[in-house]
Design a binder for this molecule. Structure first.
Ligand code: ADP
Ligand code: TRP
Length: 323
């Protein structure tokens, strides 16, 4: 049997190229080599206190988008976190293997609590994330760079649990990063591309005109005396490597090296290639959303694959604890 791999993504609104390159693209590639468990982290999304109607819509839209991007529900388990109650059950258990001090070090809590308030769910978010991973004995967790701190904490929490029960009952995971793990904001390349930074993203549902506007505004400033790429230019090259063919990459690299690169031409190429990449995905996404029954069936089938494995881990953890 293949090695297990697990990852989740929150249903918090339309995905962007950062989410795709930093996470989902790998999910698609890895589903063929691993026994993959991919879930929509709807319990985690509660930490942003979304309006119920928005959460409901975002859940189903994310499911459709994941399938449109190439996640094959036959190859992996694709499900909603809240359909597998063992996530919260193990989350409770692991509350007792994490300290306030450890949680206090999480930079994401500091950022997000400014936005959403100091809710306990937001604070203990990484404990539930640890449960998500440990439930499936996952050795590998593909995520973007901003999740590395949570992953390191998950490893500590799991070690603490195992040391308490005196046995390696839960498996310690490792993060899996690719070189495109961090896509920067188009309008401010010192920050990561994020839906919470206005003007920073290209959304997977953007039409060609919106893609054009975003790219034309992308920051390229560079020091004329430097031979290195500025962060904005490096970010555009990262997009080029991912969405254009290798000949184009060589062509623009060559121009950059010679000092003859015209940013407007690089941007035109990106507008064309990114729009061409998005068009068929958007078409599939729209047709999937028209058939909610099939989407619901996909999620139910996914939960059916996940539950027995999650149940087995919970039994093991409870037994080890003396429950
Ligand atoms: P956002 O910052 O837009 O709210 P999320 O925090 O919901 O995005 O991230 C969802 C997934 O996408 C995570 O695995 C995260 O690591 C990845 N991700 C988000 N933004 C980027 C980015 N700019 N570059 C690479 N990966 C990203
Ligand atoms: N915290 C992750 C994010 O914001 C989502 C997530 C929840 C996750 N549980 C997980 C990722 C388990 C990997 C593994 O993107």
């Amino acid at each position: 049997m293949n090695k297990r791999l697990v990852s989740g993504i929150q249903p918090t609104g339309a995905l962007h190229l950062g989410n795709y390159l930093g996470a989902i693209k790998q999910w698609v590639e890895l589903q063929y080599d691993y026994d993959a468990f991919y879930f929509i982290a709807d319990y985690h999304a509660l930490t942003g206190r979304p309006k119920p109607a928005d959460l409901k819509r975002h859940r189903i839209e994310l499911l459709a988008m994941l399938v449109a991007l190439g996640i094959d529900p036959k190859k992996c388990a694709l499900f909603f976190q809240s359909d597998v109650p063992e996530h919260t059950e193990l989350g409770w258990i692991l509350n007792n293997s994490a300290t306030i001090g450890q949680l206090n070090r999480m930079t994401q809590y500091k950022e997000k609590s400014d936005q959403y308030g100091q809710y306990v769910g937001l604070f203990t978010y990484p404990i539930l994330q640890t449960a998500d991973i440990a439930l499936y004995d996952a050795a590998t967790v593909p995520v973007g760079e901003d999740q590395v701190q949570h992953l390191e904490l998950a490893r500590e929490i799991i070690r603490s649990f195992n040391s308490h029960v005196g046995d390696t009952v839960l498996v310690e995971p490792k993060p899996l990063l690719t070189k495109s793990a961090r896509v920067m904001a188009l309008n401010n390349p010192s920050k990561k591309m994020s839906k919470s930074v206005a003007g920073s993203v290209i959304g997977l549902l953007d039409d060609p005109v919106t893609v054009e506007t975003a790219l034309k505004r992308a920051v390229t400033d560079s020091d004329p005396n430097s031979t290195d790429k500025s962060p904005g230019v490096a970010n555009l090259f990262l997009l080029l490597e991912n969405f254009s063919d290798s000949e184009m990459v060589r062509h623009f690299e060559g121009q950059f090296q010679k000092g003859t690169l015209r940013y407007s031409e690089l941007k035109e190429q990106l507008i064309e290639d990114i729009s061409a990449f998005l068009a068929p995905i958007q078409k599939t996404y729209r047709s999937l959303l028209e058939d909610e029954i099939t989407l619901q069936r996909i999620a139910e089938d996914g939960a059916k694959k996940a539950r027995p494995i999650a149940g087995e881990t919970i039994s093991r953890a409870k037994k080890a604890l003396g429950l």
